[in-house]
Design a protein around this ligand. Sequence first.
Ligand code: ADP
Ligand code: MG
Ligand code: MG
Length: 210
Amino acid sequence: RDRALAMAVSRAFAAGAAAIDAEVDDLGRLDSIAGDGDHGIGMQRGITAAASAAALSVRHSKGLAGTLDAAGRAWAEKAGGTSGALWGLGLRTAAAHLSRCDDATEADIATAVAAGIAAIREKGGARVGDKTMVDAAAPFAKALAARGGDRSAAWLAAAGAASRGAAETARLGARTGRARAHGDKGIGHPDPGAVSFALLANVAVTTLLP
Ligand code: ADP
Ligand code: MG
Ligand code: MG
């Protein structure tokens, strides 16, 4: 089962990389409105490296936690930039959580994802409403933590919450990160890191659901 999960995660990284490839120019344009324009290329470098590292780990029978850790390392190393460091940290934090579970249940996976997102919030120091990836990641984690009912429904609700959170950043001016220096220039446009988070959350959920 651990091997099946590692393979599923590896497929999700490959699907995520393909989704980012399709959006690389749009993400770059969004980042150039109030940032330095490299978000598309940074995400592409990061997730492509993560997908290769995940595939290699599966071939070396690393299991779920080892696969996620290798992907997070590769992402942070190859992406550069704020978002790359935060994605790498989030993945490696989730991996550390899973490495302590013998046979990860769905609840363990949800808790690991929440721990990864909590680490991103802590490290970056951004709050909800600061117009960052946290505006998509926090509602994702919150919806995932909802108890009871069907787990697939919780994952789908979480992906929807990430999309809404990303869309809502269009109303906001940036208060943190590189974009802060550009004040309110980004108003009317969503935050690139929130948009890419929501995109990957949706790809991951649709790829991983049975
Ligand atoms: P850089 O800003 O170093 O060029 P990217 O362009 O790849 O890195 O990523 C920019 C994204 O990173 C922003 O759109 C925002 O979502 C996210 N971000 C920036 N600063 C923070 C922070 N302190 N906490 C969380 N996310 C952040
Ligand atoms: Mg940038
Ligand atoms: Mg940059």
